[in-house]
Design a binder for this molecule. Structure first.
Ligand code: 13P
Ligand code: SF4
Length: 334
């Protein structure tokens, strides 16, 4: 490690290692060197910027990343994603160092479910099982029976007896979609993702007029009106696979724009159009995901900071519903 004293309090304040980098450094080569030197693995979500995706050892959706975090034998996990994802990796790997390039990379959906409020809500339904979407804090996970992601939520719900009553949190759009496809009547927490709620049905409709052969593909965190016009609905991995397997050549993509990098890379001759937001700025970029940069990734590997640290009692409580999710996913080959 370089001989420089990084105060923990300064990282807590800005969220990342704030040190100038020599602009002549080849960060791609430096990151590869650090991976080998430190036996580190980089796990990146599809919503990360293209440069980060290109240096990652594994790129995936929330389920794929949790599965990789569970099985890696690397000593250091560098999580290029948001806080709840890195926290999930730490919950599954208490003995490993888990790093997040910017500690302030949060999630509006996770923030929409404060554990203290959710506990009061949950206590009103003592006979209900709590299924919680992985986009939540460790405190929320500790209040849950089973965690799910957008890849396995339907299967997890269908694995439970029909008469089992369920609370689903925190995403109301995903919850409403799951109620529709499973025929359940789950009680929904009123949370949502700021990125997936921004798409404009009117602008998607106009795009469809200009590109009549384009298929609309959407993440289930989108609002019901957008899902109603989608030709395919799935997790980020599901959307990517669909774009690879479909005979169509044009797609209107209703999710965060980061996924377009892998879509374009694996389908160089197909056209991917980001679904437009209901305003004029690029708000379908997740501002939390995009806090991570290649520079911050390099510095966090160099200085092994910021690190995810957790209270052990909370970690053990949060691990149970995640392990239940991973077991059910394994059973169904997900
Ligand atoms: P998936 O990774 O499960 O597709 O979820 C998307 C998302 O919003 C992650 O923050
Ligand atoms: Fe959270 Fe939405 Fe960003 Fe995903 S895209 S991290 S759900 S705010």
């Amino acid at each position: 490690m370089k001989d420089i004293n990084i105060e923990k309090s300064s990282i807590d304040e800005v969220g990342f290692i704030d040190v100038a980098i020599d602009p002549t450094l080849d960060l791609f080569a430096e990151i590869e060197r650090l991976k080998k030197e430190k036996n580190a693995i980089i796990l990146a979500h599809y919503y990360q910027e293209p440069d980060i995706q290109d240096v990652a050892d594994f790129i995936g959706d929330s389920l794929g990343l949790a599965q990789q975090a569970e099985k890696t034998d690397a000593s250091i996990i560098v999580f290029a994603g948001v806080h709840f994802m890195a926290e999930t990796a730490k919950i599954l790997n208490p003995g490993k160092k888990v790093l997040l390039p910017d500690l302030k990379a949060g999630c509006s959906l996770s923030d929409s479910a404060p554990p203290a409020l959710f506990k009061m809500f949950r206590d009103k339904y003592p006979d209900h099982l709590v299924i919680t979407y992985v986009n939540c804090s460790a405190g929320m996970k500790a209040l849950s029976d089973i965690i799910c992601t957008s890849s396995n939520a339907q299967k997890i719900i269908e694995s439970l007896p029909k008469e089992q009553q369920i609370i689903f949190a925190p995403d109301k759009n995903l919850g409403a979609y799951l109620n529709k496809v499973t025929g359940r009547n789950m009680v929904l927490w009123n949370g949502s993702c700021m990125v997936h709620e921004i798409f404009s049905l009117e602008k998607i409709t106009k795009l469809k007029v200009r590109h009549p052969k384009a298929l609309v593909i959407a993440h289930p965190e989108c609002e019901e009106v957008v899902l109603a016009v989608a030709d395919y609905i799935g997790s980020t991995t599901g959307l990517l696979k669909f774009s690879q397997q479909s005979d169509a050549n044009e797609f209107i993509v209703a999710t965060e724009t980061g996924i377009l990098h892998q879509m374009q890379k694996s389908n160089p001759f197909k056209t991917f159009i980001p679904a437009p937001p209901n305003n004029s700025c690029a708000c379908n970029d997740c501002p939390h995901m995009k806090l991570n940069t290649l520079e911050k990734l390099y510095l966090c590997m160099q200085y092994e900071q910021p690190e995810i640290l957790m209270d052990e009692t909370l970690r053990i409580a949060a691990a149970k519903p995640i392990e239940r999710m991973l077991q059910i996913s394994k059973k169904y080959g997900l």
